[in-house]
Design a protein around this ligand. Structure first.
Ligand code: CA
Length: 239
């Protein structure tokens, strides 16, 4: 975005650390996002009603209430994208927040460009959701997934996937750009009785990478989110 970008997408940051709020307000100045700030959970929820933000950046460690509670309460009535801002070593809480309906997370200290990219993906996905689900063919770089014909091609060549590999790929694809936790994937692809069998997942992600990645040892399509889960890159050609 250029200096002349019109700030038209309202974003709300709920974060008690004034330095981070200030950094964000500077960073988003010349972007399409217009930032509103709240320093407490209470002020944050008030601002959600007042400003109707299209993206929310949420700190999990707030002075007056738990960020996880905010995710849960928002998700009872709103689909607004929520990106968690979390401290390092907070994996368990990040997983909880993702499973409660948060869309993504960044870990402090985070780069502004990375955050902006996440905000754009989350905002676009929410805007386009419902449209994307009706697309019979999903494209990720040179990989095409035909959800109706249940076929996958890479650079125009047919790739044979087992039923589980296909389910795993379409599950990740339906959340493209978004982190999906180990448990969410295992529940949906294998069933709830497998929710803790993370080694299955590692093995099958390995199979998919061998078949779909240009370089399986340096994946650009199915990315590992250490200790959290996986993310299917929404547009690998851009990475
Ligand atoms: Ca905090």
């Amino acid at each position: 975005m250029t200096d002349t970008a019109v700030q038209q997408i309202s974003a709300l940051v709920i974060e008690d650390d004034a330095a981070i709020r200030h950094m964000l307000s500077v960073a988003l100045q010349d972007t399409e996002f217009k930032l509103f700030e709240a320093a407490t959970g209470r002020a944050g929820l008030e601002n959600v009603t007042k400003r109707q933000p299209e993206v929310i950046l949420l700190d999990l460690g707030l002075p007056d209430q738990d960020g996880l509670g905010i995710v849960k309460s928002l998700r009872t009535w709103s689909r607004v994208p929520i990106i968690i801002i979390s401290a390092e070593g907070d994996e368990f809480r990040k997983v909880e927040a993702l499973e409660a309906g948060a869309d993504d997370y960044v870990t402090k200290p985070f780069g502004v460009n990375e955050l902006l990219a996440r905000m754009r993906v989350a905002w676009r996905r929410t805007k386009e959701s419902g449209v994307a689900q009706d697309q019979p063919i999903l494209r990720f770089g040179d990989v095409e997934v035909d959800q109706v014909g249940r076929t996958v091609t890479k650079a125009g060549l047919n790739i044979h996937l087992s039923p589980i590999e296909f389910r795993l790929l379409t599950m990740l694809a339906s959340h493209a750009g978004r982190v999906v936790t180990h448990r969410q994937i295992l529940n949906e692809v294998w069933g709830s009785e497998y929710a803790d069998e993370a080694q299955y997942l590692r093995v099958y992600v390995g199979y998919l990478r061998k078949k779909l990645e240009d370089d399986p040892s340096r994946p650009s399509l199915i990315l590992t989110e250490p200790r959290i889960g996986y993310r299917l890159q929404a547009d690998p050609s851009r990475s």
